[in-house]
Design a protein around this ligand. Structure first.
Ligand code: GLU
Length: 491
């Protein structure tokens, strides 16, 4: 049987790195085994869903280069692939279980039922409180009448006298002793399906062979198995992958700053770097490789207790930054230009910045060895993108260009730059070093004030490359303005 996996997002938020990691593990597993990757949108929670989330999720996958073989907009033999379009199927199945008396009507308030949606804790306490299973026939009839024809919520009657087990590709044989798997709601009032129920019907209908998902769903799995049993279907193989922790060892959450894929895109991470990094969140190739291309990952990926850890996986932002730096050094220049222009477009003064392709390419080429992320590249080097004047950092001025001597030397540098026949590294370097030699000075004494004038900083990439990338006009303008300004100050 060929492998079929699915990623089943609820479009109630942006694609979080946790979701991206789940999708990536499924995708790598499918690609490694030559199987199919299905996208199924779990959009039954109308109240919390927003269309822009759905779009953002699609965009995030496009950016990461994770593609689906079947799904909304893609088609496939087992569609539709959005749960809202599949509701009649769930309802038919719910009625079937009701007819077979495997579920019972639950009259607890809809508010209590909501709490049972996906979260296990509230459900346990609710199920413990819920006495609907033990209502007599007349009591049931009485309560049903109050609903005026609406179908009550349906709760699955789990056999509380036996234990249940889940076989997991990572965690092995997990046993739930008698009484641990609570009766659970399959449909809310009006036959509205809930997650555990719809997911099982779909995973079966879509012939999913392996369910790979976050550890938080492990406790749902015995309930899902109970449903497979009830329908006489074989359950898929399961793999529950470890939760993602922040640097303090707590569950990674929105409070930890950047956590959505879009956040990392905005911060100038490269998709290949993020992909590589999240692949290693809980999985390892079994050797000490860390930088792995998409192809390396596909070739090495598999799920077993040796490759996937049970304990939480730390989201080490420093490692991500390091990894991104490694990818920045090697990525095709075009990709850097693309990413940098996205970041430039998000700057408040974007309209005035120098964002032309050729200019951005020259800047990226000069800076790629130094930056960890493209956002950092833009932030630390805004002088390359600002069109004309800059305001030099006062500390840099004091340190490198604050004395009358520095000022005089800069005036001489300006003459040489103006006299340069061509504006290239060799010519400019010869001119300035020649000047220092003639005056028996050190090249640095001439270069430091020049650097502060054109970049505003005490440190920068090589000054001659910097001048060339900035161009003659902008460089000379900044030197002139710096001298004028200093003159005005000393007058
Ligand atoms: N919609 C569920 C979620 O986003 C899917 C869980 C599963 O993969 O079964 O958590």
């Amino acid at each position: 049987m060929s492998v079929r996996v699915r990623f089943a997002p609820s479009p109630t938020g942006f694609l979080h790195v946790g979701g991206a990691r789940t999708a990536l593990f499924n995708w790598l597993f499918a690609r490694h085994h030559g199987g199919a990757m299905v996208l199924r949108v779990e959009d039954t929670d109308v109240a919390r869903e927003r269309p822009e989330y759905r779009e953002a999720i699609t965009k995030a996958f496009e950016w990461l280069g994770i593609d689906f073989d079947e799904g909304p907009g893609k088609g496939g033999p087992f569609g539709p692939y959005t749960q809202r379009e599949r509701i009649p199927m769930y309802q038919a199945k719910a009625r079937e279980l009701l007819d077979r008396e495997l579920v019972y009507p639950c009259f607890c308030t809809p508010k209590d039922e909501d709490a049972t949606a996906q979260d296990d804790e509230p459900e346990q306490s609710n199920a413990a409180r819920c006495q609907c299973r033990y209502l007599s026939a007349p009591e049931r009839a009485e309560k049903s009448r109050a609903l005026q024809g609406e179908v009550p919520a349906l709760r699955f009657a789990v056999d509380q006298s036996r234990s249940y087990a889940v076989d997991d590709m990572v965690r092995g044989h997990v046993v739930y002793p008698p009484g641990q798997v609570e009766d659970f709601i399959i449909t809310k009032q009006g036959l509205q399906p809930l997650y555990n129920f719809a997911a099982v019907i779909d995973d079966h209908a879509m012939e999913i062979t392996h369910v790979i998902r976050g550890e938080e769903h492990l406790a749902n799995t015995p309930k899902q198995n109970v449903l497979y049993d009830a329908f006489g279907w074989a359950p898929p193989a399961y793999a529950h992958i470890p939760i993602i922790l922040n640097m303090e060892g707590k569950k990674l959450s929105k409070r930890d700053g950047a956590t959505s894929v879009a956040d990392f895109q905005r911060l100038g991470y490269l998709p290949e770097a993020l992909l590589n990094f999240i692949a290693l969140l809980g999985w390892s190739p079994g050797d000490d490789r860390e930088i792995m291309s998409r192809q390396d990952l596909i070739a090495a990926f598999d799920i077993n207790p040796k490759r996937v850890q049970k304990s939480g996986a730390k989201f080490d932002t420093e490692k991500l930054a390091w990894m991104n730096g490694e990818y920045l050094k090697k990525a095709p220049l075009d990709e850097l230009v693309e990413g940098t222009r996205v970041i430039l477009a998000l700057q408040p003064d974007a309209a005035t910045l120098r964002t032309g392709r050729a200019h951005v390419a020259a800047v990226c080429d000069l800076l790629r060895e130094r930056a960890k992320t493209l956002a950092e590249l833009v932030e630390a080097n805004r002088f390359f993108f600002e069109p004309g004047s800059i305001v030099p950092d006062p500390e840099a001025v004091t340190k490198r260009a604050g004395t009358p001597e520095a000022f005089e030397r800069l005036a001489l540098v300006r003459e040489r730059l103006e006299a340069a026949q061509t504006w290239d590294v060799a010519t400019l370097e010869t001119a300035i070093r020649g000047l220092a030699d003639e005056r028996a000075g050190k090249a640095g004494e001439y270069i430091h004030p020049l650097r502060v004038a054109v970049t505003g900083h005490a440190v920068s990439p090589g000054i001659f490359q910097t001048l060339v990338v900035l161009g003659r006009e902008v460089s000379l303008l900044r030197v002139a303005e710096f001298l004028d300004h200093r003159e005005a100050l000393s007058a």
